[in-house]
Design a protein around this ligand. Sequence first.
Ligand SMILES: [Zn+2]
Ligand SMILES: [Zn+2]
Ligand SMILES: [Zn+2]
Length: 231
Amino acid sequence: MSLGIGVTAIRTTINGDMSVIVSSASDFNIVKNSISASAISSKIEVSLPIKLRPRFIVFNIDSSINPNTFRTGLTSQNADIRSAIGSADTSLKFVREISKRGSDTHKHIIFETSPAVFNAFHKNKRVFSDHSSYRFEETLRVRQCFKCGKLSQIAENCRSSITCSHCSGSHDQKDCPDKSKPDSANCSNCSVYNQRNPKSTHAVNHTSYSPQCPLCIRQISFLRQRLDYGC
Ligand SMILES: [Zn+2]
Ligand SMILES: [Zn+2]
Ligand SMILES: [Zn+2]
């Protein structure tokens, strides 16, 4: 059977099932209609992806401040955010705290928002709480293993060997003999991708954490498609 649709990705789920992701709403409807008319309809689930809420990280907050107190400050001291929240208390949710590297006195806090609160944040350059102003930015759920550098993986589940994020060698990046030489950067992910896809011409002269890495860029664009920006 040929449907003439665009397939974005084929994945194996954690349960061992296969998932096929199509590229547009019209392709989704073609697949849905042809499966429901077929004999295999009871064996295949067709559903729209669940959209995730956007997240913000607010930087450099005094460690002694309770995150819920900080959240209350955000809702009471920023008019745009307060009116976007309205009576929906779940539209600004505390997610977690992150320690600030090298600091015992300050931390960062991640919040999850509704699309309306997301837009209200963006009307401001800084947000107020605790009668101080804070820098913030959107944060995406990019997963990258700090042991082997692979994307969509975290180190707790990693069975790969340690791989330098700078040069792809078999050592930790902090022990890399070439880490101060930008010309020696070699992205392990793009190198493997090029080997597996002989037609691929991804440049490899960047680190595996580089925002210029084409695989990181693709991952970010995929994550953005799953976020609910209200449009
Ligand atoms: Zn890993
Ligand atoms: Zn290295
Ligand atoms: Zn790369």
